[in-house]
Ligand binder design. Structure first.
Ligand SMILES: Cc1cc2nc3c(=O)[nH]c(=O)nc-3n(C[C@H](O)[C@H](O)[C@H](O)COP(=O)(O)OP(=O)(O)OC[C@H]3O[C@@H](n4cnc5c(N)ncnc54)[C@H](O)[C@@H]3O)c2cc1C
Length: 447
């Protein structure tokens, strides 16, 4: 392949932006990455406490995460991934019970015996029997689940979980998304999750080092303020200055892109109207374990959170300085009352929630609590989204996308985003090569 001299600007320093920059450099492009915050890692970013580095939001990997594991292999990190079998719990009313095996289901007191049987049959059907699953893209998940599981199981089990994940918009989320998720998480009898020794910060650090070694430039505290086409290419405004380049890859959420896209790009960019769920979570750093489960879904009116994740059932305690980490979380929109609850109230709720999960838990075993929020986690997928999912290139422009808005119906994860970034980077490198040899964009070059 002939070397490409044209520069690519990547917007965002989360896993998508870092992977895209790394791949572009491997393919001979010159790259500059702009990150708005002071840190790399995006939603997989970290905080420091007492000299230890921990994730702001719970993060683990699955053994089926082929794209992410492939990247870790290249970065010499695959050997450092430790795997642990995990279990799920269910807090229903006052009872926290295991929810993993057929025996757990038979004992699950929140459902009638008929409901338990229907749940088992429904799970087998959704995992194995559905053919032509793409048809589910036009079918609301609420209607589909009600049909399979019946009104009791739907109302007691699924409705609270859907409400928790998507709020009032849950009725119109496509069944296709849900089916893909169930299939991914429950495709094996054992649930195994992995964490890289050194944490997600180590992955980000290795990527940064590899990018800089290959001559790429990374700028933090450098928010893209505008993106606009020019007769010869495309340009990005940062710190009040325009910088021209041959192509831009945006990894930011579509509503952010809507704010910064100018001129024709503003008209061409698809689905900038997507509504996103954000997240607010309290991380409790504890001296004792709160629960034996990696995660527990919660259906209890005054619990205050939609679920709890004790990551140290996977994350080695050497990472946390022998602390247990419990994440209590709520997915919600950034303009909701829940999102803007003040930190003190969230911590009060978190202390109560710990008592619900583990009655009599000593309050002095909680060393401290931290609160983190993120406004854009994942779009609330509308019906028929498969047909509306953005392409990786915005029309015939030089703006490309590598964002969670393209992940549907796959789960929003580092693995999915590495896969998307790999593809987009290959496309950009290929099209830049064609461009430098007079292939594409000729009318814009001569304009
Ligand atoms: C609570 C929670 C739990 C999760 N658990 C897991 C898990 O267990 N396993 C897993 O694999 N995934 C998990 N995920 C999902 C995972 O975090 C995401 O899929 C992934 O981080 C998305 O990466 P990204 O680079 O596409 O986007 P982001 O991480 O959102 O990165 C986008 C970046 O763009 C930057 N930016 C924004 N505006 C601008 C601008 N104008 N100019 C420049 N930069 C800008 C942002 O600051 C950010 O750094 C979880 C997410 C959350 C919130």
């Amino acid at each position: 392949m002939q070397p490409v001299s044209t520069q690519v600007v990547v917007l965002g320093g989360g896993i998508s932006g870092l992977t895209a920059a790394y791949r572009l450099l491997q393919q001979g492009c010159r790259v500059r990455l702009l990150e708005a915050s002071g840190d790399l890692g995006g939603l997989g970013g970290t905080f420091e406490h007492d000299g230890r580095v921990m994730e702001r939001f719970y993060h683990v990997m699955l053994d089926s995460d082929e794209h992410l594991l492939g990247l870790l292999r290249e970065l010499d990190l695959e050997e450092r991934v430790g795997w642990r079998e995990t279990r799920m719990g269910f807090l229903y009313g006052r009872e926290l019970s295991p929810f993993n095996t057929p025996v757990d289901l038979l004992r699950f007191g929140a459902l009638s015996v008929a409901g338990r049987l229907r749940t088992a049959l429904g799970a087998a059907y959704t995992a194995k029997l559905v053919r032509n699953a793409e048809k589910l893209d036009d079918r609301p998940v609420s209607e589909w689940l009600r049909g399979i599981y019946g009104p009791e199981v739907y109302a007691r089990l699924w409705l609270p979980l859907l409400r928790a994940k998507f709020g009032d918009l849950h009725e119109t989320v496509p069944a296709y998304w849900f089916w893909a998720r169930l299939k991914r998480e429950k495709s094996k009898t054992k649930e195994v999750k992995g964490y890289v020794e050194g944490g997600y910060r180590l992955i980000t650090d290795r990527l940064r080092a590899a990018i800089e070694r290959m001559g790429g430039e990374i700028r933090t505290r450098a928010a893209a303020e505008a993106v606009q086409e020019t007769p010869l290419g495309i340009r990005v405004k940062v710190a009040g200055q325009w910088e021209s380049c041959g192509a831009v890859i945006s990894t930011v959420a579509m509503p952010i892109l809507k704010k910064i896209a100018r001129g024709r790009l503003a008209d061409l960019t698809p689905r900038t109207d997507l509504v996103y769920q954000g997240v607010v979570n309290v991380v409790a750093l504890c001296r004792q374990s709160v629960m034996p489960y990696y995660w527990a879904a919660a259906v209890k009116e005054d619990f205050g959170f939609q679920g709890a994740v004790e990551t140290t059932n996977v994350v080695p305690m050497v990472q946390t300085g022998d602390r247990r980490l419990l994440y209590l979380l709520n997915y919600c929109q950034q303009d909701s009352a829940l999102y803007s609850l003040d930190d003190a109230e969230l911590k009060r709720r978190a202390h109560r929630a710990i008592q619900d999960l583990h009655p009599g838990y000593p309050s002095n075993a909680v060393e401290t609590m931290k609160v983190f929020r993120a406004p854009y986690v994942e779009p609330v997928w509308p019906l028929g989204y498969l047909k509306q999912r953005p392409e990786s290139r915005v029309g015939d422009s030089r703006l490309y996308l590598s964002t969670t808005a393209q992940s549907y119906p796959r789960v929003n994860s580092w693995n999915t985003m590495v896969g998307i970034a790999n593809e987009v980077a290959a496309r950009v490198a290929g099209e830049l090569t064609e461009n430098t040899s007079g292939g594409i964009w000729p009318e814009r070059q001569s304009a």
